[in-house]
Design a protein around this ligand. Structure first.
Ligand code: 13P
Length: 251
């Protein structure tokens, strides 16, 4: 059985005090969510160690939004995977489309980041997804296949086993325009097929594939009902604890 996961990517939002309260509310609300669902909050770097301490003893896990592609050294402004591990962080988002777009992340640099994160026993949430023009041109499967193959397929089986994938069509992020449940299912099944082709179906069946992009309480149940949708990576709606909890309660 693969894990059901609902993760909140706070992006560059909340002061430390606001983030602390939000995490507190999520922890308080977590009792309303089925125990089989893993809840993850993913605040900005500055909030991580406070929120890790707050979440200790609760069922809520903490993730980071990125890590460096180098292990350590003279890379001013960067945060390494081992630093995250030392702060008690358990998950790390890698390859979010905003980072690909604004910070020039490439499939190759993401392969480096994945290896470092895995060495530190972090669970990477590897993001993939096509832009609007690519979908309109019918290239969405090819785009996602390239992202998955170039970043993940250099990993060994035991490494890929630790990875969570998030399919986030760029045209659905922050736009209010969600992929339909059928569109999400179609792409998730495609991604699982790619994994099966490379690593075998047992491994492919064990990998959680999350959907991200304008997921909210009103559409989560329909998305999560699909057989290959194992949860969500939530942006805007994760900034309101009640909405985040309602989404996680949609399984
Ligand atoms: P929204 O839920 O705000 O569309 O963002 C999705 C996302 O990018 C999560 O990583």
């Amino acid at each position: 059985m693969r894990k059901k996961i609902v993760a909140g990517n706070w992006k560059m939002n909340t002061s430390l005090a606001e983030g602390f309260s939000l995490a507190k509310e999520v922890i308080a609300g977590s009792s309303r969510v089925d125990q089989g669902v893993e809840l993850v909050v993913i605040p900005p770097f500055t909030h991580l160690s406070e929120i890790v301490k707050l979440a200790r003893g609760s069922r809520v896990r903490v993730g980071a939004q990125n890590c460096a592609q180098w292990p350590k050294g003279a890379y001013t402004g960067e945060v390494s995977a081992s630093m995250l591990q030392s702060a008690g962080v358990e998950y790390v988002i890698l390859g979010h489309s905003e980072r690909r777009e604004y910070f020039n992340e490439t499939n190759r640099s993401l392969f480096e980041k994945l290896q470092l994160a895995l060495q530190e026993n972090l669970t990477p949430i590897f993001c993939c997804g096509e832009k609007l023009g690519e979908r309109e041109a019918g290239q969405h499967f090819a785009v996602v296949e390239k992202q998955v193959a170039e970043s993940l397929f250099g990993l060994e089986t035991r490494q890929v086993q630790q990875v969570v994938i998030a399919y986030e069509p760029v045209w659905a992020i922050g736009t209010g325009k969600t992929a339909t449940a059928d569109q999400a299912q179609e792409m998730h099944a495609f991604i699982r097929g790619l994994l099966a082709g490379k690593y075998g179906s047992t491994l492919a069946d064990s990998i959680s594939i999350l959907y991200g992009g304008s997921c909210k309480p009103s559409n989560a149940a329909e998305l999560f009902a699909k057989p290959d949708v194992d949860g969500g990576l939530i942006g805007g709606a994760s900034l309101v604890a009640a909405d985040f909890i309602a989404i996680a309660g949609s399984f």
